[in-house]
Design a protein around this ligand. Structure first.
Ligand SMILES: [Fe+2]
Length: 257
């Protein structure tokens, strides 16, 4: 097995790519890169698993025959509260994350299935591949879902996830984040992305966050603290809007356009 790179080596790779991107910004034909780079060498596995061939053309109607389906009655409103899925209270900072799903013109995307998954307050997932020595919280699974309302608003009550180590390089830690999936009206429209928390000291060190090379684009993945969402003696509040199209679109993974 090859020796893992140090954080300093990794950060130097990240810096070199951002300098190159910044320099390209001065060129007349520059276009801002607003999505995740599929091939981003500091994120080691991206090199191994990004698509190398053109997307397979599929008949959307054919896919509908075997893709997952759901109806509005399948989603219970209680599934948006990740703190009530077990008999006891989960450990950590209770918080509400809310925002609107809109198109590029600010129109609400209604009755949209929004799914989230996340680590617990200690940065541990309930997953057999996550074996790092942080505690599993018996009262927290870390998965929830809801439908946006008529105004395109979603809302989750959950626990603030902790940062966690991963094996990309030596001493690699992910900034705290929540994974989001938006289902669209068909399975072929599914979008997946991550939401982060303001001021995280791990942003500069994280090759997944940095794989969106445009600083303004990656900042759109960062929620804002909103004291109007915070509730008295109950939960802190964060706001994060998701824009599906246009120049302020929220960056997402696996964009094949
Ligand atoms: Fe994660």
């Amino acid at each position: 097995m090859s020796q893992l790179a140090s954080q300093a080596d990794l950060s130097a790779e990240i810096d070199a790519i951002s300098k190159e991107y910044e320099a390209a910004g001065a060129l007349p034909d520059f276009r801002a890169e607003t999505n995740t780079r599929l091939d981003y060498p500091p994120y080691r596995s991206s090199v191994l698993r990004h698509p190398t061939k053109a997307p397979q053309q599929a008949d959307p109607e054919g896919i509908e025959l075997w893709a997952p389906v759901f109806g509005q009655r399948d989603v219970d409103p209680l599934e948006s509260d990740l703190t009530i899925q077990h008999r006891g209270e989960p450990i950590g900072e209770r918080m509400v994350v809310t925002g609107r799903v809109t198109d590029g013109d600010g129109r609400p995307v209604r009755h949209q299935l929004v799914e989230i998954w996340q680590a617990n307050a200690g940065g541990r997932y309930i997953h057999q591949r996550d074996q790092h020595p942080a505690a599993i919280d018996p009262h927290f699974t870390g998965m929830g879902r809801c439908l946006t309302d008529a105004d395109g608003t979603y809302s989750f009550t959950t626990i603030k996830p902790g940062p966690y180590p991963w094996k990309n390089h030596h001493n690699a830690w992910r900034p705290a984040h929540i994974h989001f999936s938006l289902f669209g009206t068909e399975f072929t429209q599914r979008l997946i992305t991550q939401m982060y928390f303001p001021g995280d000291p791990l942003f500069a060190l994280d090759p997944i966050y940095q794989s969106i090379v445009d600083p303004a684009a990656r900042e759109r993945l960062v929620a804002t603290y909103d004291h109007d969402v915070t509730t008295h003696e109950w939960a802190t509040g964060y706001r994060w809007d998701i824009v599906l199209s246009g120049s302020h679109r929220t960056p997402h993974e696996e964009d094949v356009a």
